[in-house]
Design a protein around this ligand. Structure first.
Ligand SMILES: *Cc1c(COP(=O)(O)O)cnc(C)c1O
Length: 852
């Protein structure tokens, strides 16, 4: 294993150890550094490994092998390097008994792994060469890999980027999640409507994962709690009604440039071996099977809701299932080295809760310490508060998780007890000390919400049980302090903090945009994927005509590639000379794809009114899945597809306008769209998008943002400079003021004739011949529905900003300059910087490069 020997390491952490591997070679000029980075294997040797796996693992041979078999054989060959790094890393961690962060997340939206692993191991070029010699094309084989879509969108993708950064920065970390049999549904369109099909990412097995049956855990559910009065304090005993087996699958997470290989541990539910043999032998084979099917339901499928709480029993069980298994695993790892001495536990263990979904881990750790290890309440609570921290991802009320007390009583009776105790202590000690005798305040802050149906507030539980709570962009964290949890902030002024999100530049620039990466390599140090601030070196090139040309030539080649992909996926022909305007993200009213749509309708109408209407030819590209039960979101997809059909086939507008919604938006599709984007649509209602990360990916790849002052858009505009973005619309404070005044969307409908015309147009059967009213729900929500996301209020400002986009695009030099400056100034949004912020403010970890 020689991958680590050649180059500079990530030195981004507080630890001192990272610097020792720095070589004098790092001082050499950039292009030299790039070429000095040698692959850890020759093409010839790699060919041998691929053939060996093709024959020995896949049971086929060169002449007969399918592309799938070649992809598998290549993945297994690469896995030899991955596993060697994994073993070294694990040995190092256990040798030093390191403090580690355990990142608990219901979602990890990993996408494909082969290309990423090849890049991170510096094996990409040598693998391409090896496969060429075998008559295979690497790009084609990469397409054989199904996306690992174990997440809905931004939250799950953030977790995936963080794992990449943690490994790259040599930080001891384990990701914990659920091994869903079916990830996010596959999206198809039938007559323009979204159809969902199950995603079967591992139907034929997955070459990257390793099952670890020796680390399986038992998870209990249901039953009742008995109170035993034996010693000085009464003891609670949970008699569970069911026991489920949790089986871990480990996915190795390969850091960049010979860094550590961490693991993502995903739990699969199985029926226990304490199988009811009596039932079975008495002829109850079918009943026994039904029990098994029920147990295996838990990790069957990812809930496809983004930003909405499903509130279903199975969902709570999923949450508890993976938290209980993970806490047990963390405790097992600790006890392996420390036995019953718990003093080091909070020194060695940090647990990060990715949103409130894993909040049940807090009472679960309490239960384990108190019930299983006889710890006193006070000591157990002290440990929990040092160990846990929580990331808030949303202020949307429909996303704030609450469970009925009734459901808790049924599924997790012991945990309900513990939550009551936590709440009692919190209210009678902290809250009463701060606001003596204030019962209204107690009700307001209580973990239990009173009402005709009593509820457990998972957000309050998370805040009370954590030592730090962070929002995900500055404006969002400010709103968490002022609007969501102001009293908690008063009570604990140090607890609420900010960590602005980030993205890994390895996947979101180096791997997905090789042409731009190669151009950058020619001009700055080749270690920019580790130190993304170095992109600032390109600012000096922003006015250089030759560099501008080269930069825009890369963009055009990427657009040509995307044109072919669009044609392959939809049959629609678009021109790479048009402006590519991209909105890719989950379909949600707050993200306002319908604002984009209304503007497209306005442009179409202007063109029909005046065929000479002066505009740069533009292709509006969309990618978005809607939650299957979110009817308005699905109607917006339908409307975009129907409007697209009409516009794309209208010869009167001379190809000036095209609209394409690509099906099945996911990580691997994002990787194709982002390098080809000219404009990035980030048009959420101010105050609603916590951060966004799609905005960072697009700007990093040289797209100009048209956006509201929301989430990380604000910080992106600060970094790039207002001249290089198109900021429009109501601010957070203006939205608040509008709400306070009373917002009436008819003010805009009645007084803006273009708004009125396009809304009425949607209501006709112009876009759905023979089906008048098929698109009526959109107008309805914007008028009678009160337009909760202020689409009409922002329409005119948006349209004006789009006019500015058009004008700037005509000035090729100005555009190229802004595009370069966007790429050059996105260093802040490296997820390594986010992780460093977590390390400094919350986790206090040290880096441990592997010894070997
Ligand atoms: C980055 C990403 C997202 C998040 O996009 P936003 O624009 O921040 O909502 C969602 N889905 C996929 C596949 C992504 O890669």
């Amino acid at each position: 294993m020689t991958t680590k020997a050649t180059t500079t390491k990530a030195t981004t952490t507080t630890a001192t150890k990272t610097t020792v591997t720095k070589k004098a070679a790092a001082k050499k000029p950039a292009t030299k550094a790039a070429s000095a980075r040698k692959a850890p294997v020759t093409a010839k040797a790699l060919q041998g490994k691929i053939i060996q796996h093709l024959r020995g693992t896949q049971g086929t041979y060169e002449e007969k092998a399918t592309p799938q078999a070649w992809w598998r054989a290549t993945s297994f060959a690469v896995n030899e390097f991955v596993m060697a790094g994994l073993t070294d890393t694990q040995k190092t961690h256990s040798r030093y008994d390191t403090r580690a962060v355990n990142y608990l997340s219901m979602e990890f939206l990993m996408g494909r792994l082969l290309s990423n692993n090849l890049h991170n191991l510096h094996l990409f070029d040598v693998t391409r060469a090896a496969l060429e010699g075998l008559g295979q094309n690497l790009d084609d084989l990469l397409e054989e890999e199904p996306d690992m879509a174990l997440g809905n969108g931004g939250l799950g993708r953030l977790a995936a980027c963080f794992l990449d950064s943690l490994a790259t920065m040599n930080l001891p970390a384990v990701g914990y999640g659920i091994h869903y049999e079916h990830g996010l549904f596959e999206q198809h369109f039938r007559d323009g409507r979204q159809i969902e099909r199950p995603d079967a990412w591992r139907e034929y097995g997955n070459p990257w994962e390793v099952c670890r049956p020796e680390s399986a855990q038992q998870v209990k559910l249901y039953g009742y709690v008995e109170t035993r009065y034996e010693g000085a304090t009464p003891k609670k005993v949970w008699h569970a009604g069911r026991t489920i087996k949790a089986v871990p699958w480990d996915i190795p997470i390969v850091g960049y440039d010979g860094a550590n290989v961490n693991i993502l541990r995903l739990w699969e539910s199985r029926a226990t071996n304490f199988f009811d043999w009596d039932v079975f032998n008495a002829g109850g084979y079918v009943d026994a099977q039904a029990e098994q099917a029920q147990a295996e339901t838990i990790s069957k499928v990812l809930y496809p809701n983004d930003e909405t709480d499903a509130g279903k029993e199975l969902r709570l069980i999923q949450q508890y299932f993976f938290c209980a298994a993970s806490v047990a695993d963390i405790v097992r790892r600790y006890r392996r080295a420390h036995g019953d001495d718990w003093t080091s536990f909070p020194k060695l263990v940090a647990i990060q809760l990715n949103d409130t979904h894993p909040a049940i881990a807090i009472p679960e750790l309490m239960r384990v310490l108190i019930d299983d290890y006889d710890m006193a309440w006070k000591d157990a609570w002290g440990i929990c508060q040092q160990v846990f921290s929580y990331t808030n991802h949303t202020l949307l009320p429909e996303a704030l998780e609450k469970w009925t007390v009734r459901l808790f009583e049924k599924v997790l009776p012991r945990h309900l007890d513990i939550i009551y105790d936590i709440n009692h202590q919190f209210l009678t000690q902290q809250v009463d000390a701060q606001w003596p005798g204030d019962d209204a305040m107690k009700q307001h802050l209580s973990i239990i919400e009173e009402g005709h149906e009593r509820m457990v507030r998972m957000g309050h539980l998370s805040v009370v049980g954590s030592h730090k709570v962070n929002g995900v962009a500055q404006v969002h964290s400010d709103l968490v302090r002022t609007d969501l949890f102001p009293e908690f902030h008063e009570l604990w002024p140090e607890k609420l903090t900010n960590v602005t999100n980030g993205i890994t530049p390895r996947r979101w620039l180096k791997a997905c945009n090789p042409r731009l990466a190669a151009l950058i390599d020619q001009h700055i140090d080749a270690d920019w994927p580790l130190h993304l601030d170095k992109l600032k070196g390109l600012i000096a090139k922003a006015d250089d005509a030759k560099f501008q040309q080269a930069f825009m030539a890369v963009k055009r080649e990427n657009k040509v590639d995307l044109v072919a992909e669009i044609h392959r996926l939809t049959g629609i022909e678009v021109s790479p000379d048009a402006l590519f305007d991209v909105q890719i993200k989950r379909l949600h009213e707050y993200k306002r794809q319908h604002l984009n749509l209304l503007h497209i309708l306005a442009l179409y109408r202007r063109l029909l009114d005046n065929p000479e209407y002066n505009m740069v030819p533009r292709v509006f590209l969309f990618g978005a899945k809607a939650a299957p039960g979110y009817h308005l979101a699905k109607d917006i997809i339908f409307a975009i597809n129907k409007v697209a059909e009409r516009i794309n086939n209208d010869s009167r507008i001379g190809g000036k306008l095209k609209v394409v919604m690509l099906p099945n938006y996911r990580v691997s599709l994002a990787e194709k769209m982002i390098p080809a984007a000219d404009v990035s649509e980030q048009i959420s209602t101010a105050g609603k998008e916590a951060s966004g990360t799609g905005n960072m990916k697009l700007a990093l790849n040289g797209a100009l943002t048209i956006g509201t002052l929301d989430g990380a858009n604000i910080e992106i505009a600060e970094e790039a400079g207002a001249d290089h973005c198109f900021i429009f619309g109501l601010t957070v404070d203006e939205v608040k003021a509008l709400n306070a005044r009373g917002y009436n969307p008819y003010d805009f409908y009645d007084h803006d004739e273009e708004i009125r015309a396009v809304l009425d147009w949607l209501d006709s059967d112009y876009f759905t011949p023979g089906q008048p009213g098929a698109l009526a729900s959109i107008k309805h929500s914007l008028l009678q529905g009160g337009d909760p996301y202020k689409v009409l209020a922002d329409f005119r400002a948006y349209s004006d900003a789009q006019r500015n986009v058009d004008e700037k695009y005509r000035d090729g030099t100005a555009w190229a300059r802004s595009a370069i400056i966007n790429t050059a100034t996105m260093g802040k949004f490296n997820s390594d910087r986010s992780i460093q912020d977590y390390v400094d403010r919350i986790w206090h970890l040290k880096a441990y490069p592997r010894d070997n």
